[in-house]
Ligand binder design. Structure first.
Ligand SMILES: Nc1nc2c(ncn2[C@@H]2O[C@H](COP(=O)(O)OP(=O)(O)OP(=O)(O)O)[C@@H](O)[C@H]2O)c(=O)[nH]1
Ligand SMILES: [Mg+2]
Length: 259
């Protein structure tokens, strides 16, 4: 019997959500990977449905990391700044292509004095959200350092990166278009997917987290499929060894293992 409550109706994903900008994403396909869709239909997703994927959120102080998470997870917005001390986390449960999928969102402190505590939680992330304030260009430039610090604890070949500009409500469309060029350049250099959001109005917040959940889910299923296909190759080799010449194989192997 499952002890977990059912997945909320508004956390069900049946199609790959669109990216924010085609020029700032590594995933330009319109839908989920065909192998992933088949695996989900045939219920061959292994441990994905039981795992919790870790997502860390980093960036300068007061750029809006906590507000971004709170808008998505609790649908609230607080205009008063309350610094995060160390770290905080929220759990979000989704259902992607019929498979349960959980994200653990780690909200870290941007203040220098808490950075030391926060960085101890960076390890083992499957996705990293690097946040900057669209009205503060210095916070965009600092994102490279935040990424470098977070990557020291993670595997660059498998982690998904997202560069997110917040407080879109505070900037005029003309100013936004001007700043976007810089942000997209940074995202391309980092190999991150770029998003611009507002926690105050909620603009793009849900779309962003749905996209993140979908891409993290897809990466998990692909890794699981790769693992199970390499296990199958190993099995075939073992069988052919034993069937070719059982006596010769065991004879040859014996001295090796006894030395
Ligand atoms: N107008 C507007 N204000 C925002 C938005 N997001 C955050 N803020 C404000 O920015 C301030 C800082 O927000 P936080 O979410 O606490 O910032 P943080 O990045 O978590 O800061 P640390 O925990 O110190 O690292 C608060 O006063 C928020 O109300 C937004 O989308 N629009
Ligand atoms: Mg915070």
């Amino acid at each position: 019997m499952s002890v977990l409550p059912p997945v909320r109706k508004d956390r069900i994903i049946s199609q790959l959500p669109k990216c924010f900008s085609k020029g700032a994403t590594l995933h330009t396909e319109d839908g989920f990977n065909a192998k992933v869709k088949t695996a989900c239909q045939e219920q061959r997703t292994g441990t994905v449905g039981f795992k919790i994927s870790k997502v860390i959120v980093v960036g300068d102080l007061a750029v809006g990391k906590t507000c971004l998470i709170n808008r998505f997870c609790k649908d609230v917005f607080d205009k008063n700044y309350k610094a995060t001390i160390g770290v905080d986390f929220e759990m979000e449960r989704f259902e992607v292509l019929g498979v349960p999928f959980s994200l653990q969102l780690w909200d870290t402190a941007g203040q220098e004095r808490f950075k030391c505590i926060a960085s101890t939680y960076y390890r083992g992330a499957q996705a990293i959200i690097i946040v900057f304030d669209l009205t503060d260009v210095a916070s965009l430039h600092h994102t490279r350092q935040w990424l470098e610090d977070a990557m020291k604890e993670n595997d660059p070949t498998s982690v998904l990166l997202f560069l997110v500009g917040t407080k879109k409500d505070l900037i005029s469309p003309a100013q936004y278009s001007f700043n976007e060029q810089d942000a997209i350049k940074v995202a391309q250099e980092m190999k991150a997917e770029y998003w611009a959001v507002s926690a105050l109005s909620g603009e793009n917040v849900r779309e962003f987290f749905f996209r993140l959940a979908s891409l993290t889910f897809e990466a998990n299923v692909l890794a699981e499929l790769e693992k199970s296909s390499s296990r199958r190759i190993g099995d075939v080799i073992k069988i052919s060894n034993t069937t070719s010449n059982l006596y010769a194989t065991s004879k040859k192997k014996q001295p090796n293992c006894c030395q």
